[in-house]
Design a protein around this ligand. Structure first.
Ligand code: PGA
Length: 275
């Protein structure tokens, strides 16, 4: 398997731009929204600005080429919201890694809770998707998170331990070091109720400990762990300031140009982000 590097370095007009491990990433997830024309103007308006963080958008499949075209020559990353768990062949309705790359995507979200709930995706499938993304040289962004009842029953750590172990099974420490994990408590997604900063920090530190126990300290120090769930311009800077939060995955607030722009400019200087 190849080692993923797409979020840590990017070739721009022949020059390699390197980001250190864990420099903050802010990624939007449009879900099933927008048209190709809207995508063109949205990405064109955002991509040309310089941000002090890694910035990107996961758009619906049909909009990847237009988004990638609008972001060409910039550091703005375009990704998919899902990918097939198979390489190629007779799998009606699925989109492969090769197709994503061909369309201009550099990363893909896997294991989003909406895919787990509505399409019954399990940890084993998410593991297959993650391994295939790595093999094909695309950056996986793997989502994990507990339900509201698990949260209330204090089962967050138990659920996350299982999700991390099963979704990332078989990956080497080097793969883990280059991976992006997103903690998205299901009860915080689209509800306007983000998890408290204290809960977010505790959970992220716990995830890092699980990674350290299974894949070693170096992988745990290097893996990026994003938070997602009702992120908005009002709570972004507090969340980003948390020690173990390496960025944000933004749903609803990434659909409005002005709002997403504000979140992207939350990281104010390169010094704040080791870039
Ligand atoms: P939200 O969604 O920001 O609208 O809560 C986050 C996500 O589902 O990734």
């Amino acid at each position: 398997m190849k080692i993923i590097l797409s979020f840590d370095s990017k070739e721009i007009q022949g020059k390699k731009v390197a980001y250190p491990h864990r420099s903050k990433a802010i990624i939007g997830n449009w879900k099933m929204n927008k048209t190709i024309a809207e995508t063109r103007s949205f990405v064109s308006a955002l991509a040309l600005s310089a941000y002090f963080c890694k910035a990107g958008l996961a758009v619906p499949f049909s909009m990847i080429p237009a988004a990638a075209e609008a972001a060409r020559g910039t550091t703005f990353m375009i990704g998919a919201q899902n990918v097939a768990a198979y390489k190629d062949g007779p799998i009606t309705g699925e989109i492969s890694n090769l197709m994503l790359k061909d369309a201009g995507a550099s990363f893909a979200i896997v294991g989003h809770s909406e895919r787990r709930t509505l399409f019954h995706e399990d940890n084993e499938t998410i593991n297959r998707k993650t391994a295939l993304l790595i093999e094909e040289g695309l950056q996986p962004l793997v989502c994990i998170g507990e339900t509201e009842s698990e949260h209330k029953l204090n089962k967050t750590e138990e659920v996350l331990l299982r999700q991390i172990s099963e979704c990332l099974e078989g990956l080497s420490s080097l793969h883990i070091a280059g991976l992006i994990l997103a903690y998205e408590p299901i009860w915080a997604i689209g509800t306007g109720q983000a998890a408290t900063p204290q809960k977010v920090q505790n959970v992220h530190a716990y995830c890092r400990k699980v990674i350290a126990d299974k894949w070693g300290n170096d992988a745990a120090e290097k893996i990026s762990i994003l938070y997602g769930g009702s992120v908005n311009p009002g709570n972004a800077s507090e969340l980003l300031a948390l020690k173990d939060v390496d960025g944000l995955l933004v749903g609803g607030a990434s659909l409005v140009l002005e709002t997403f722009g504000k979140i992207l400019t939350t990281v104010k200087s390169s010094k704040d982000n080791n870039i």
